[in-house]
Design a protein around this ligand. Structure first.
Ligand code: ADP
Length: 405
């Protein structure tokens, strides 16, 4: 089975992000390997899909990585062991595949900017309701207070309201889901950007693209008069390695801070919001944090939430009437919401698998048996929580110091 272009592109992006991280840490050999893998994925992509619209951009990107490999190999022979700075000739990868140079702030019109970020702006609003987001009452309240209510009745906020919200906490607990629920409620645009892939895709160009991204968000808000919600996942990747100029992370960070200041200093009419999400809040420095007036811990689910999660994710399944949800919620202490969803999925896979193994799956009206509490117990035994106790302690320590509700 061949991979879809999206999957190959994701894998190229992943290797490129890894390469840039290693590169900025000075791990030359490993960085070269990762650049090489990114190139291989891109070349494969072009070979499998010769007519794909982004091929030109992919090849340019592969060339940029190749140049970087050469620079690293050359610097290896020099006495000064530091890697040469990234000198990418690659154009930014844009959704329209044109790879055009960023337009200046003043001349950029909204349509061009929109086309450039076409794959990032969601035209169909996410269909996530607040009820589907289990638990996280503080986070829901803070988002409603800072985004939803000011948007509906700006006149009730004479002192203004926060425009930047940082969601932090372990992976799989609902940061993205919360942003989607907020977007579903606003009548405007939702721009969803993954900072890690932005840094890798736009090797050496990230800073210009940040400026372009904010310009587009501002213009959408001003020209169409509708709220714009910019969701930036893995926002810590914008910071990269401190004090390192490799990849231009310092410039990227400064650009981002400037843009955030622009938003925070805006008049009451401005309806541009930024929700940043991170699993590594400790890598954000004070200047960065200050720009997010609300900092909300998106925690592991507590007992009641785990019960609700099991209820929510077993609802579409054929279960034995006597499923002991409370007991399962107790056993699943320490598991993330996403772990619980995966467990429910694994249990269903197990009974479907049994049906196929029995050879009866293709018979008329053949159905898997109902899932039982024992199935869940057994899956829970072999599937450990994705977040360690030490990690949770680290989140709590950080939260005690920096949370801002
Ligand atoms: P994060 O952004 O914190 O890493 P996500 O919001 O992407 O986590 O969660 C991944 C998936 O796990 C979601 O799409 C959803 O199916 C499930 N999930 C996570 N948190 C919750 C929650 N609080 N309530 C219901 N489902 C959740």
């Amino acid at each position: 089975m061949s991979l879809a272009p999206q999957e190959l592109e994701n894998s190229a992006s992943k290797y490129a992000a890894e390469a840039i991280r290693l590169d900025s840490q000075g791990s030359r050999g490993m960085a070269i390997q990762s650049y090489q893998r990114a190139i291989e994925a891109l070349v494969k992509l072009v070979q499998i899909y010769p007519d794909y619209k982004l091929n030109k951009v992919y090849m340019e990107r592969a060339n940029a990585y190749q140049n970087r490999i050469k620079a690293l190999q050359m610097s290896h022979g020099l006495e000064d062991d530091r890697p040469a700075p990234i000198e990418s000739k690659a154009e930014p990868v844009n959704g329209n595949g044109k790879g055009s140079a960023p337009a200046s702030h003043k001349s950029a019109n909204v349509e061009t900017l929109k086309a450039d970020f076409d794959d990032l702006v969601m035209k169909d609003k996410p269909k996530v309701s607040w009820d589907e987001v289990i638990g996280l009452d503080d986070a829901k309240r803070a988002i409603r207070e800072s985004i939803v209510y000011p948007m509906k009745r700006p006149d009730l906020f004479p002192l203004g309201w926060p425009r930047g919200i940082l969601l932090y906490g372990p992976p799989g607990c609902g940061k993205t889901l919360l942003a989607a629920a907020a977007a579903a409620e606003i009548d405007g645009y939702f721009i969803n950007v993954d900072a890690a892939s932005m840094m890798s895709k736009w090797l050496g160009e990230a800073e210009k693209n940040i400026s372009k991204l904010f310009t587009m968000a501002r213009k959408l808000n001003e020209s169409e008069g509708v709220p714009v919600l910019l969701f930036i996942d893995e926002i810590d990747s914008l910071l990269g390695q401190r004090n390192s100029e490799v990849g231009g992370e310092v410039r990227v960070k400064n650009q981002f801070l400037t843009e955030m200041d622009g938003i925070n200093g805006k008049s009451k009419e401005s309806q541009l919001y930024v929700i940043g999400a991170t699993n590594k809040p400790w890598s954000l420095e004070a200047g960065f944090l200050r720009r997010f007036q609300k900092r909300i811990y998106v925690t592991l689910p507590d007992g009641a939430s785990r019960t609700n999660l099991f209820n929510q994710y077993t609802r579409p399944l054929n279960t034995e009437g006597s499923l002991k949800i409370e007991e399962l919620a107790k056993i699943a202490d320490g598991y993330s919401a996403s772990d619980i969803k995966d467990i429910c999925q694994s249990v269903q896979l197990r009974v479907v698998n049994e049906l196929f193994e029995s050879g009866k799956a293709m018979e008329a009206n053949a159905n898997p048996r109902p899932v039982s509490t024992t199935d869940f117990r057994e899956i829970l035994k072999v599937r450990k929580p994705s977040v360690s106790v030490d990690m949770i302690r680290a989140y709590m320590r950080w939260s005690d110091q920096f949370k801002a509700l």
